[in-house]
Design a protein around this ligand. Sequence first.
Ligand code: GAL
Length: 861
Amino acid sequence: MLLTFPFLFFALAGWVNAATPGRDRASLNTGWRFARFTSNPDSLSYSTLKSWILPVANDFIVNGAKHQVPSGTAPGGNVAYVQGSFNDAGWQSVDLPHDWAIVGPFNAPGISGGMGRLPTNGVGWYRRNLSMTASDVDGSKSLFLDVDGAMSYAAVWLNGNLVGGWPFGYASWRLDLTRYLKAGDNTLAVRLDNELDNSRWYPGAGIYRNVWLVKVDKTHVAQYGTQITTPSVSSTSATVNVVVQVENLGNATRQVDVTTDIYPIDQASGAAGTAAVASIKSTTVSVTAGKKQAVNGSVTVTNPRLWGPAPGQTPNLYLAVTTLSATSAGGTKSVIDTYETRFGIRSITYDANKGLLVNGKHVYVQGTCNHHDQGAIGTAFNFRATQRQFQTLLEMGSNALRTSHNPPAPEFLDLADTMGLMVLDEAFDCWSQGKTSNDYSRLYADWHEPDMRAIIRRDRNHPSVIAWSIGNEIPEQGSSQGGSEGGELQDIARFEDPTRLCTTAMNSASENTALAGAIDIVGLNYQGEYGAYGAFHSKFPNKMIWGSETASCISSRGTYLFPVTSSNNAGYNTPGGADSSHMWLSAYELGNPGWGSSPDGVFVAQDRFPFVAGEFVWTGFDYIGEPTPYGGNGGARSSYFGIVDLAGFKKDRFYLYQARWRPDLPMAHILPHWTWPDRVGQTTPVHVFSAADEVELFVNGASAGRQKRPGASVYRFRWDSVKYSPGELRAVAYKNGAQWAVDSRKTAGNAAALRVTVDRASIAGDGRDLAYVSVAVVDAAGTVVPRAADTVTFAVSGPGKLVATDNGDPTDMTAFPSASRKAFSGLAMGIVRSDKGKTGQVTVTATAQGLTQGQVTITVN
Ligand code: GAL
């Protein structure tokens, strides 16, 4: 922000941020001490703490009775870890975001394959000093602890006093620290508690998102205190409505002037402009002590630059700067709070026959579902890791994300806003009936209202959010209870955000169930592909329908198994689909676990039911946990569902989606690899993924036939009777009779060297930015040796550290921080993080026995 504010104010209030006078929001990510206990070290539990924690939800309860803080002594005050005098020097030093389980080792006792076999369980304590000046605690300010996410059952003590907490591990929440803070040193202690069997996937563990200390005047814009809507939008004019909640935590009524100025954000640089394009003129309100007061404003933005999903539209953003001013006892008026809200101007139409329209233009939803882990670095939120995932998805032609099955980190939505991805923001994986013994069903009764409201209030100003999902495959979806619970959650969503519709992902509810009748948008998991789209559309001719979850194709990158089924959609256990002795699933990308479909199978249904608004593929990326079908004892550690593997290497399937989703991109992609010394003379089918009209395949220079795109419901070109002989495969693709794209695969010789490349030549020296260093095992001619499994060792010098390695092999039980990693299908990945506050050259060297080493240099700025 390049706005200027009166100098006098800065002189009077040294603690504020220059950009946001009156408000200081400081990261609390550094300087923590941490210890994990596998058996309870403190005799505390959620049931003993619950009555003191529940009142924290009161701001998010509209319908029910508010919770009272119990009288009497709060629990935990006598626990050593909450005392300032406790010596935590023996505890681990950590910075947040932190995922205690990701370092492993695998096969943690009691943790299922479904949860990823990593040590998420136990009690974790975090401690940190908060140093306050006398003016911080002079009684004029409120000081809040904002936690973006902690897994799970968080409880917080300050100087031995239980302040509160929030049990749902995917929630963001705020505690008011003011009354317990004192000048000088303060001890903040956070207790987390993760039981076994609390998730169907890897939930991570710890304070895994950012944590902030917010200092504001006692009268300030409340938490999530702006709601911006754009009820009428055209290319020439848009109405922008802004509701500001002003909160007065002081002990006297306060008069404040509220204004909001709107600035354009430059799409390329992300910087806000200096001139407001619209301003909501000042309104004076009187806010009673201890109360909140809403201030409604409205303004027209002429010739608005609209937000729309890439690549067809541009994700333009605006910044609303809300200013509260008040007159001091001495009679001077000054700014007492400045609150910034990024938003977009756009319209959404949910059309039962056309699908989704953004700004009146049809956008087919080409989405992926993803869990929140970021592969080998785990659930500890990292901006670059998320940005890299989004870049990969955009390259594939994806335009939407489903945050399965819980709300994401706030910065995930910031990135989606900026990069132009649409988001289906999902709240829950279960309601009152659970799926695992210690999941959210245990919290549902007390917390579903506060959680649902908090999610929507936090996320509703993000233009990327196109709908709310109130739940995934809810066990009670088929009963009347599903209808009443779903109806209640949807009512909450409508109350908090009347501008968006809700969906729920139904895998077994028929069109005649109460939930299907209640829900705004019909979300079908898998059953659409089996024909259910038709039945739901006839029953609900006015409801939009989408494939809230599709495909569940499973494969191991680069691992092709034989024989190859002639079907374009097969069970993974069809001969040639799986090799259970190695826990491999074929990369011909045809197999699924029975409830799902190949990508091709999904496309068939979409073409058959053109009213369907689109799909969210299960999943964009492999994730830790749920290694279907190898989730049992001795099985694998991460999923096979991803279009991209856990290390971020593209599977062949990436190109099948790219051909469908970016049909104008000249592209042809051949599979399998062509290095099969054990298959000489044997049938080795060759498939090509391309949006071309025709493709000709050459095997060692001889044409194996030029094929026309075989028909409306076939999405791959297949030469199923090719016999293997070493040499080269070459595919030449044609559009409108002219050559359009070419691809080839060469037979590799023996492994000779490591080829090292990096995703970006320079990274920021902020202690968070990441470089992804890919290593390929290549032969003397530089061809990747496709089945190489050499052990690669990474060494890093300069201002960076190796944080994790991976290879995308779901069966690899080497702990993620290991510097040595076997290549899988010829590739391995090293993830390097910059050192904080340092610059220079980082050199990453990869070595493997008998191979010429490889090296890459990264500049740290
Ligand atoms: C779905 C479920 C997902 C995942 C997927 C695997 O039924 O919603 O969370 O389990 O199956 O195919």
